[in-house]
Design a protein around this ligand. Sequence first.
Ligand code: SAH
Ligand code: SF4
Length: 365
Amino acid sequence: MPCLLFAQMPPTTTTLLDLAPAEAAARLNQWVAAEGLPKYRSAQLLRRLWVAPVGSWQDATELPKSVRDRLDAALPLPRLTAEVVQQSQDGTRKFLWALADGEKIESVLIPSGSRRTLCISSQAGCALGCVFCATGRMGFRRNLTAWEIAAQVREIVLLNPEDKPSNIVYMGMGEPLLNWDAVAATLTILNSPDGFGIGARHITVSTVGIVPGMLALAKRPEQFRLAISLHSPHAADRLALMPIEKKYSLQEVLEAAHAFHRRITFEYVLIAGKNDREKDVVALGSLARKLGAHVNLLPLHPGGNPDLTPTAAARIREFRDELITRGVEAVVRRSRGLDIDAACGQLRVKMEPKQRARLHQVEVR
Ligand code: SAH
Ligand code: SF4
């Protein structure tokens, strides 16, 4: 059904903000030359994309008005619209962005000491249907373009340059390694000194284990981090939680993890009776130790599936301690922004339309 297919395709026009900084610089050099402007203008323009971003060229007041007008016409800078910005009591902020075609995505900014970690979305919705996940329940809407992914950082810097994230995790809506081309471009934009200049070790891609994507990420020379959402060390139990197990088995995912040659993290959502038993901690401990992997234990956020019960806090601590006893580095990730449903990876709240409307009234900026 071609019309359905079209509905799921992202907008196709490439903007400057879709390009890696080196390509954007080349495009700007061409434009500056064609306009008969002095060469130095090109570096000035490049800075305004990510390093010291402007919302529109009109704000780049170091440029003559006529140049700003021509830029707005020839190379417009697309924007996300902040529809809702919610602040939790613990300082966590959740942003709901509206895209040009009406899709909605979310990002969560989590301050912790001197760090500001931003959790970003890579797709609107997700096709993979993990049974505990609210995004999975929505189904797949479409891939985000590179600029839509990187704009989640850009818009926050535009709102307040002091909020610029120090760390990025691709743990929002969607499966980043099923949108590899766009994600690969954004990794460069985030990391490059002519982009946001965020260190590669401070950028983490989280995946359910899309093997070709893991291999592509492994080939990148930068030290980007990889987190694998494991959720069970037993293939049959994993399949009951994550349908992707049918396509990329636990075994294949672990082999790809070995081939990554950099330290990885396992994400592990604890669900009562499903993956928090003695046999689970024993098997998880053994495979994490073999890989030298770090384990992040995540308390189940109940919003994803009311039929699943979160593991009790005492059992979570016991599970962590047993992993540590078995020689594995393990931490329990504190739930942040629970009062605004901002648990990372759990971004989109299934709100009743009325509730959503009320939020809009109070919080649209
Ligand atoms: N699709 C990728 C990245 C987005 S999900 C992935 O699955 O890794 C980011 C993280 O949030 C994953 O580890 C996911 O398992 C976790 N998550 C999803 N639903 C959750 C819930 N209800 N409670 C706690 N963590 C959840
Ligand atoms: Fe998709 Fe990740 Fe949610 Fe699974 S946990 S449905 S892969 S977003």
